[in-house]
Design a protein around this ligand. Structure first.
Ligand SMILES: Cc1ncc(COP(=O)(O)O)c(C=O)c1O
Length: 469
């Protein structure tokens, strides 16, 4: 237990949150008869709520807090920067923190990804990468290259451009029509593949089919009209979908063949989540741009951006041409100073090595839960895994209906996991999954705790499902 707020303050916060706070991606009615979780403090891998209850943070808040909560050194880095120079934009100007951070990121990013454009978060990073691709092609005399290719269900953000890249109908449909023009192709879900089983069961055939779908889309649209392909190294939505071996090498070849830019959206996968600075390093491919956010500051201040290869900046280095795009708080001094301190912690504490060393053990613990019939598939990488839940253990092709998966996730799993003290994501947007992306500090005791809570809650859910049939 941590320190609870006094009961009057708890009640008053609940009332005012209900009245005034529009929580993101929330069914506000869900809180008509239950409390809104109010978090008040964090330390290391744990969070404390207003009632004084502590939780193991198995989701790094929102795939963000890589180095853990309550790091005084990050708070101090932000304070010191605000005292020195709280704000000046990087619009036709610079400040030392932005210069140092751009230089540091260029050093960490693969090869010739040397030019950094800062934003305040991931959606703006995706918007900026797409805009840069369009501006670049206009500048080099290929103005028709405007379209993007991305994958089914992939989440790339919520602003209108980023939402266009996103492949999740449930969050796109309310806002149609979106920005012209994006095409979505099958993702790398091998458990529920878009290809026949003989293809999905074979590494090479599956990689060829998934990458081939990208090429087919480029050819169908007309290669001269496609600007870029957006891919996460390991796709989050759909439940941690890793690339089959050889996939990214093929995608790289396809992009080169058709003159299309490859963007690695590393908003989640960057900064240690997969045990490397970038997912592109982890899977051994060379993107033309990397989009980043979240873990770059571990959430101690908002920041995102695009790291671009040298050739993408070239048209803008001479003459009158400029990349006509900017955001007031992109590259905010406080955020850049915090990011530098955060990257120093990741390096000094070798958290990338820690993830690489503990990933197999994490996977093995989750695999061990497959004796519970409800657990169908375990997939992921690094400190980023998902369990897919099965309606019929005898036949994985039997799917939960939307109503069934909502009652499983919202009725039996999400509230129970929370009560049991584990923060993770139980997702019912497609086939139900539980997703885990713990703080990178988690070691064997915390990974054991995650396993044990999951075992208890999944076993109870299994029983409740059986009783209801
Ligand atoms: C891969 C990916 N891209 C982009 C975004 C959007 O980032 P933000 O929420 O910071 O706008 C997210 C957010 O989760 C993401 O996971």
């Amino acid at each position: 237990m941590g320190n609870p707020l006094n009961p009057a303050r708890q009640t008053e916060l609940q009332e005012r949150a209900r009245r005034h706070l529009w929580m993101h991606f929330s069914r506000l009615s869900a809180f008509d008869h239950q409390d809104i979780p109010v978090f008040t403090s964090g330390s290391g891998v744990r969070l404390t709520d207003s009632r004084g209850r502590t939780y193991l943070d198995g989701l790094s808040a929102l795939f963000t807090v890589q180095v853990g909560h309550g790091r005084a050194v990050l708070a101090e880095a932000g304070r010191a920067q605000a005292a020195e120079l709280a704000y000046y934009p990087v619009w036709s100007a610079a400040h030392p923190a932005a210069v140092d951070l751009a230089d540091r990121l260029a050093g960490l990013a693969p090869g010739d990804l040397n030019r950094v454009f800062f934003t305040t978060g991931g959606s703006e990073a995706v918007e900026s990468a797409w805009k840069l691709a369009r501006a670049y092609f206009k500048a080099v005399g290929e103005p028709d290259r405007t379209k993007v290719v991305a994958r089914d269900l992939a989440y790339h953000g919520t602003t209108m451009g980023a939402l266009t890249v996103t492949g999740l109908p449930a969050i796109r449909d309310p806002y149609l029509p979106l920005v012209p023009s994006a095409v979505h192709v099958p993702n790398t879900n091998r458990y529920r593949p878009a290809f026949p089983p003989a293809v999905a069961d074979d590494d090479e055939a599956f990689a060829a089919a998934c990458a081939g779908a990208i090429e087919d889309a480029i050819v169908a649209e007309g290669p001269g009209t496609v600007a870029c392909v957006f891919l996460e190294p390991l796709q989050n939505t759909g439940g941690c979908l890793p690339p089959p071996p050889g996939y990214f090498a093929r995608v790289r070849e396809i992009c080169d063949r058709h003159g299309v830019l490859l963007v690695s959206d590393e908003v989640i996968c960057g900064f240690g989540r997969l045990g490397a600075w970038f997912g592109a390093d982890h899977y051994g491919f060379h993107p033309d741009m990397i989009t980043f956010a979240k873990g770059v500051t571990s959430g101690y201040a908002p920041l995102g951006g695009v790291i671009a290869r040298d050739f993408l900046a070239e048209p803008f280095l001479t003459g009158d041409v400029s990349f006509a795009h900017g955001i007031t708080f992109g590259g905010h001094p406080v955020s850049c100073a915090v990011a530098l301190a955060n990257l120093a912690i990741l390096a000094e504490e070798d958290l990338l090595g820690h993830v690489a060393a503990h990933s197999a053990g994490f996977r093995a613990r989750l695999e061990g839960l497959r004796d519970i019939p409800l657990v169908g598939d375990v997939r992921g990488d690094g400190f980023f895994f998902a369990l897919e839940l099965l309606k019929d253990p005898e036949d994985p092709s039997v799917r939960f209906s939307p109503h069934e998966r909502q009652s499983l996730v919202r009725g039996l799993l999400a509230p129970r996991l929370f009560e049991a003290g584990l923060i993770c994501r139980a997702d019912d947007r497609v086939d139900p999954v539980i997703q885990l992306a713990p703080v990178l500090l988690c070691g064997d005791p915390e990974l054991d705790e995650i396993e044990s809570i999951l075992r208890t809650v999944l076993t109870e859910a299994q029983k409740a499902l059986a009783d209801s049939r």
